[in-house]
Write a protein that binds this ligand. Structure first.
Ligand code: KG4
Ligand code: ZN
Length: 358
């Protein structure tokens, strides 16, 4: 019988310090033996956002303990591992350096293979932890720093067909939470308070809804929320605005997803089973999940969302990406470098900045 690979994953690209031990299952999915995430909500709450130096310090304080906990809980020893995978970009350099350095050091001492992992690839492959999936599939990656439609054609082979030209979806949630004083972390709080509001009470702009293919633009929406927030006189109005914001995001994602699905059909000439996966922190949002399930049904796509613990930043997805790459001997040449920017599709146009025409 073929040996089942076991990897330690380490994730410190932003504000979660995470370590996980993952083993392959015989059916092609993953057995997550441990998945430890230490969130820095408390550290950043008083600033209403992430402060890189504070995040880096918290990673340094916690990372050894988190790794130890992940190993202990998995009932494995370092000797049992086949490799160690750590996120090396994109993200905050001072934060990435912490997980990357400790991962590299452990692998050197334990004589294990070390793999640099692209955080975005971790998200893109994350549905495979719990589901037997095969390429190609359509991906909507919606997180705090990124919003992209991708066609995952194979491991290390991703075509970006749409992205945001300004704010990411998670960023729009976080900024809205800040404007409405709903507390930190923004996304889950907007979702919570939106439940108390009426989603039809405010008419909000839906930027580039009818142009720009499946690219997104959210900055205008945030500006309008800021303007409207100035006239808010009660908590109820605040909840109504939060609900209307979430509804605007849903309308934008619905339209843009239908465009992306048509493009997927065109690119694959309808020759493949239609699979749509939604990944990243915002994929935890129930209202967005329901909205995207509706459009998937209409467009005949099977739709998969990872469980909540694998939507937000976690190290199981990093270990899992490590296992996939190890099997295909896909090792990054750039070992030794962490990167703040690291697109999955090197040929994708960089759609940000003044003078942008869609
Ligand atoms: O993937 P993730 O944990 O980190 C990045 O790679 O950015 O995503 C974090 C983002 C944050 O902007 C957070 O507010 C958002 O995901 N988020 C949510 C929800 N949970 C997390 N946004 C909307 N609704 C949620 N329930
Ligand atoms: Zn992420």
């Amino acid at each position: 019988m073929k040996k089942k690979l076991t990897f330690l994953g380490i994730e410190t690209s932003c504000d979660e310090t995470a370590a996980s031990v993952v083993q392959e299952n015989t059916d092609g999915t993953a057995l997550v033996l441990s998945n430890i995430v230490s969130s820095q909500i408390k550290e950043h709450k008083k600033f209403g956002g992430i402060v890189p130096e504070i995040a880096a310090r918290a990673h340094i304080e916690n990372i050894d303990l988190i790794i130890q906990e992940a190993i202990n809980k998995s009932k494995k020893k370092i000797e049992d591992l086949d490799g160690i995978a750590a996120t090396s970009g994109p993200g905050l350099i001072v934060c990435l350096n912490v997980g990357y350095s400790i991962g590299k050091s452990i692998s050197a001492f334990a004589r294990k293979k070390f793999l640099s992992i692209n955080h975005l690839e971790g998200h893109v492959l994350s549905p495979g932890i719990e589901n037997k999936i095969s390429f190609p599939y359509l991906v909507l990656l919606i997180s705090g720093g990124h919003s992209q439609f991708l066609i995952a054609k194979g491991l290390n082979n991703y075509k970006q067909i749409g992205t945001t030209i300004d704010d990411a979806v998670g960023e729009a949630f976080d900024k809205t939470a800040k404007i409405l004083d709903l507390g930190y972390p923004g996304g889950p709080n907007v979702e919570k308070f939106a439940k108390k509001g009426n989603k039809d009470s405010y008419e909000l702009p839906l930027p580039i809804i009818n142009k720009g293919g499946c690219n997104l633009s959210l900055a205008g929406l945030k500006t309008d929320i800021l303007r409207k927030s100035k006239n808010i006189k009660s908590n109820q109005e605040k909840y109504n605005l939060a609900a209307s914001f979430q509804e605007a995001i849903n309308k934008i994602l619905l339209k843009k997803t239908s465009i992306a699905m048509k493009q997927f059909d065109k690119e694959t000439s309808g020759k493949t089973s239609k699979l749509f996966v939604v990944v990243g922190g915002v994929a935890a949002n129930k209202s967005i999940r329901n909205n995207l399930k509706t459009i998937s049904k209409k467009m005949n796509f099977k739709c998969i969302f990872p469980s909540k613990e694998f939507c937000g930043d976690n190290a199981a997805m990093v270990a899992w990406a490590g296992i996939q790459r190890f099997k295909k001997k896909l090792f990054e040449k750039e070992n030794g470098v962490v990167r703040s920017r690291w697109p999955l599709d090197k040929n994708a146009p960089f759609l940000k900045g003044p003078g942008l025409k869609l």
